[in-house]
Design a protein around this ligand. Sequence first.
Ligand SMILES: Nc1ncnc2c1ncn2[C@@H]1O[C@H](COP(=O)(O)OP(=O)(O)OP(=O)(O)O)[C@@H](O)[C@H]1O
Length: 301
Amino acid sequence: MGTDTMAVVARLERISKHFENHLVLDDIALEVRAGEVTALLGPNGAGKTTCVGILTGRLAPASGRVELFGLDPTRPAARARMGVMLQSGGLPDVLTVFELVTLQSGYYRYPRAVAATIALAGLEGLEARPAGKLSGGQQRRLHYALAICGRPDLLVLDEPTTGLDHEARRQLWTTVREEADDGAAVLLTTHYLEEADALADRIIVIDEGRIIADDAPAAIKARVAGSTIRCRTALSERELATLPGVRSIDRNGAAATLMVADGASTARALLGTDPTICDLTITAASLEDALSHLSSMKRAA
Ligand SMILES: Nc1ncnc2c1ncn2[C@@H]1O[C@H](COP(=O)(O)OP(=O)(O)OP(=O)(O)O)[C@@H](O)[C@H]1O
């Protein structure tokens, strides 16, 4: 299905939000579409959880418009179609995994079978364990189970894989992908570039309350296709900036990281200009490099 024909299930338009005098979201617009995994990617404090809070009706924006299934997100008819996994959320310690999933499933019109939910969340064998006696990673999986048990049309996952080991993280990616392939809209927040790259159809990069990119993972990488040069050099930032093909410079003492168009030609110029240069490496730009480049372009603008 092409992007244009995919149904928009949630939308933020021109959203701003302050906490006290601090502007946390500045004119945010985004859409979440059925059948797609959308990753909201950004560093600590960027505004990801605040976005999710506004989209799910838990927080009110200072200005702008929010739509969830065409309705105000505080309307029960809209909320009933959504499953949410927050970063933290208390679980009653004494109820078991089976009891909690059964209870939560009862709130939905068309829930999955409890055993199916438990299997999808990787909680088989733990059905009789009280929530208070689960490990941190198992509690995250229980939160995931509670988010998906109602077969939601929109699944919102706030940093779902934090605290999960490698294997559990990969398992969760697989089931999240299946939810989207079955037609659900998925919005997840993450710090992990690897997660956004592996899982998302679309990555929205948020930094200091502003969206600095919104595109397919490959397109984000292509915008800054090129190489990263790392080295220790005596050249000043100004001297480095005059080398051919340099797009951005990150300097930390003698260590320098350069985003460049063509690694080999810049490296030749670098070697010719600074005979004391050492520890020089050239690598293809990673998504992480791409994002730090996008952030620095935004700050320079
Ligand atoms: N209730 C609140 N009162 C005051 N400031 C808040 C409140 N909630 C969040 N903030 C501030 O808003 C900013 C954005 O927070 P938010 O939780 O949305 O970031 P985030 O991108 O989800 O970060 P993280 O990756 O660390 O979870 C931060 O500076 C945070 O300190």
